[in-house]
Design a protein around this ligand. Structure first.
Ligand SMILES: [Zn+2]
Length: 268
């Protein structure tokens, strides 16, 4: 059983501040990626307990190091490294399942902790009339290869967003958003309640074993093609920069659209 874990940082226990915890120059970044790595390790232990024989993880929070401390990584994990932050690399149909770890909801998600979609440019992304964020794009990318998403960890908004796409997904919400504190582009910083890192690890490990046990019940989700992509940016200059791209139409000062025949056609 071969499992691919797509990792982000904003949905890990205790991570609530974008500038201090999620940016490399932040005072608490090293601590944040250590906690994220320990949380990922608990997930991997649970996957192995549930029958996984090979686990790959892509640290997807920005380019290298991607929000992971590789020195602390689980000995059985193979890291997909230096692949940029444009999307998970090395996906193929040999994987039996995919897991989203440490995720946040899409830009504008209600009560989303550090919610955003591909920071900092898009305010909204639609496929036809459906709003999508990083969770949907990852699920569909693996769906194209016949790989189902069996589990999500992150804040409640992320868990809800994934469950709306994969109803039988195993979800581990570990943070709950309260009042809004500030906006950084389309990213929302909130007051939040978080589980302790230790409790989060315990819950994640247990859930990962359960997720492996129900793997055969979960089917891959595929985005139907063709579909109309629409992207609303936070500022006009970002729409300007995409306007010359093949097939891109300008809808207004901040919004573009494009007819897409596969996920590879998506631009933002
Ligand atoms: Zn991130």
């Amino acid at each position: 059983m071969k499992v691919y874990v797509v990792c982000d940082l904003e949905g890990v226990a205790g991570i609530v501040d974008f500038k201090k915890q999620c940016m490399e120059e932040g005072a608490y970044y090293q601590q944040a990626i250590r906690v994220a790595t320990q949380e990922l390790n608990a997930l991997i232990d649970g996957l192995i307990d549930g029958g996984a024989t090979e686990v790959y993880a892509w640290p997807g929070h920005g380019d290298f190091p991607g929000g992971i401390d590789f020195e602390l990584i689980h000995p059985e994990c193979k890291l997909v490294m230096h692949a940029g932050d444009g999307g998970p690399a090395g996906i193929d149909s040999s994987f039996d399942a995919m897991v989203l770890h440490g995720f946040h909801g899409m830009a504008g998600a209600s009560n989303g902790v550090l919610s955003h979609s591909f920071y900092p440019l898009p305010r909204n992304i639609w496929f036809d009339d459906k709003k999508v964020g990083e969770i949907a794009l990852n699920i569909y990318s693996f769906g194209e290869h016949g790989v189902p998403c069996i589990m999500v960890t992150g804040d409640q908004a992320a868990a809800d967003e994934a469950k709306a796409i994969v109803p039988d997904i195993e979800q581990v919400p570990i943070k709950w958003g309260l009042a809004e504190k500030e906006k950084l582009g389309a990213l929302t910083v909130r007051q939040a309640i978080s589980l302790s890192p230790e409790k989060a690890r315990e819950k994640i490990r247990e859930a990962a074993t359960k997720a492996m046990q129900k793997l055969s019940l979960i089917t891959p989700v595929v985005q139907k093609t063709p579909f109309k992509l629409k992207v609303e940016f936070i500022e006009e200059k970002y729409a300007d920069s995409k306007s010359g791209f093949p097939g891109v139409k300008r809808l207004d000062s901040v919004t573009i659209s494009k007819e897409c025949h596969s996920l590879a056609d998506v631009v933002f």
